[in-house]
Design a protein around this ligand. Sequence first.
Ligand code: ADP
Length: 517
Amino acid sequence: MSINHASDLPISGNDPANIKLLKSALDSSISGIIITDNTQFDNPIIYCNKAFEVLSGYLREEVIGRNCRFLQGNERNQQAREDIRKAVTEGESITVELRNYRKGGELFWNELYISPILGEAGQVTHFIGVQNDITRRKNAEENLQHEREQVELKIEKRTRELNENREYLDSIIQTIRQGLIVLDPEYKVISANDFFLKTFKVENRDTIGRSLYDLGNGQWDIKQLRVLLEQILPTNNPVLDFEVDHEFPHIGRKLMLLNAHRIEIEGSFKDRILIAIEDITQIRASENRKDDFLSVSSHELKTPLTTIKGYNQTILRLLPADINPKIPMMVNKSGKQIDRLQNIITSLLEMSRIQSGKLVLDADSIDMNILIKEMLEEAQEGNPEHILIFEGQTNHTIPADESQISQVLQNLITNAIKYSPDSRKIKLMLTEVSNYIKVSITDYGFGISQEDQKMIFDRFFRVSTIQKHFPGMGIGLYICAQIIKQHGGTLWVDSEPGKGATFSFTLPIKAKESGDE
Ligand code: ADP
């Protein structure tokens, strides 16, 4: 409100008592008040109240006669000043916020309300300035603004990081030569990489937003797969190496290998499933060809070798008594090599039978006490430099294929001897554990590292550090593990490099029921 006319005042007249009253009213105000005279050169201050003295730190006598601008210190270019100048020129009132300085040099924010007083002829004769220190409010506003800017900066940074991460992930996903799709918790496809689209000869619109189970001709709608996928989000159990052999639309019959994992990036995105799909049709076909080749060639080798063995035995029998003793010795040695060759061929044939699922188990009833004793005696005879010890017993006969279990025992005993050339003792333990018998063969030789232990039951795996010095094909343990598995037992190894190895297997005392895994 501007005070333009004396009549606006509640008290009128020139009575000194009234003027004193007005003055003390002005001095009681908590707002700083000044009056400038516009009729004099440079608009000097002609009045200031007490609150102004408190606010500015200047005494009355220090401000009277000066222009108000001294309050701005060196900051003469504030925008508010322009606004004031304009208002003063036009004789209008205005409220501005100014950065002002107290006498001591301390900055304060001044909310200044300027109102012109008009003279008789309507010209501006005075200005009244009402001032309030709003530094606290300004600081609070500035802090708020600063915090807002900080938050915005953080959001911007985080968004940039997320975008970079997404671009980074996208570029990996697009580069990978495996079909990849991401599913939401309803098993709907959120994204698919180019390789997926190319593999299945489909487009994004055939894929994105659709349920995995509705893709193509329902190729992934497999009961067992559904069960496994439903476990992923709640349990974080991945689906590993799930094979799907199917007549796919556009691409025909293919064998696909599927792996699925819950996606976790820094603890977020937990409700997404990443599925990697690999076309293993070619790989499997070439593996099968290799297996077929091994199987056929072993069969072809077996027949002539049996004949050679027969002739070798006949030669030995027919040798005249007075012949040079070196000759029977050499025939004997070649007989041993023939046996070795026969063992290798038998193993290869065994392996291809296992591979093609044609390993047939005869249902014998084995006395393991006797079988182990016999096998150990035979091994001891051929390896006099080792001491083979047998401990323990079982009171049960075992329903198992005797020739297969013999082969397992023979492989494990041969390995124990072969891979402990510098220590003599080999120990064989037979015990009963629950409704299983357990056989452990311990040697004190090279041992096997943890890393290698994971692979020694794989086909053709041999520990690289020792394979050069010992003959072998790396299929013995694979065969043993498969035979024991088919009998319903387990084969495993405990070992420390340099200290030896213990290979143990279990066999159920009760016959394995059909349908058991
Ligand atoms: P092979 O003996 O013909 O190489 P196996 O399948 O029987 O094939 O064994 C696979 C590999 O496991 C061997 O090459 C050897 O490196 C390691 N291995 C097996 N038995 C032992 C053992 N008792 N001690 C140390 N290493 C062994």
